[in-house]
Design a protein around this ligand. Structure first.
Ligand code: IDP
Ligand code: MG
Length: 152
């Protein structure tokens, strides 16, 4: 089933000039970028986005981190892409991420783990609507979809 996921390159990824390399991994996999936006997240949006963690001891540090510089927010589309992208991203703690995953290649500390990706279809819908309006999401067909999918 075709799904949309919310992906965000965190400030460390942008400041370390890793955005191109990370986006490249999604494109090479065959996934489709259907929205993109660079922004400096305001505190209230960060607190909403990470609302499920509001009682955790790391919450303030997490909000400080995510608001510390520009992020690149993306909506990515593809078959079963929510779980597929989570696998590409790797474990929350990059020390446990496999090499070849994004965190396994580019990160060491949990508090500087370079990327966010939705953990379920429900989270994806909520997160996409926090960051993007409907007209900002582009619906289009890639010319080579039959080379990626048996039944595009
Ligand atoms: P996820 O990003 O892999 O979905 P979550 O558990 O949803 O991981 O946590 C959200 C973010 O909060 C993580 O990506 C990481 O930046 C930060 N975080 C999670 N656990 C810790 C921690 O124990 N210490 C510091 N930061 C943490
Ligand atoms: Mg999460």
């Amino acid at each position: 089933m075709k799904q949309k996921s919310f992906v965000m390159l965190k400030p460390d990824a942008v400041l370390r000039r890793l955005a191109g390399r990370i986006i490249n991994k999604f494109e090479e996999r065959g996934l489709k970028i259907i929205a993109a936006k660079m922004l400096i997240i305001q505190r209230d949006l960060a607190e909403q986005h990470y609302g499920e963690h509001s009682e955790k001891p790391f919450f303030k540090d997490l909000v400080d981190y995510i608001t510390s510089g520009p992020v690149l927010a993306l909506v990515i589309e593809g078959e079963e892409c929510v779980s597929l992208i989570r696998k590409m991203v790797g474990s929350t703690n990059p020390k446990e991420s496999e090499p070849g995953t994004i965190r396994g290649d580019y990160a060491i500390d949990t508090g500087r783990n370079v990327i966010h990706a939705s953990d379920s279809l429900k989270s994806a819908k909520r997160e996409i609507s926090l960051f993007f309006s409907d007209p900002e999401i582009c619906s289009y067909i890639l010319p080579d979809e039959e080379l990626i999918y048996e039944e595009p």
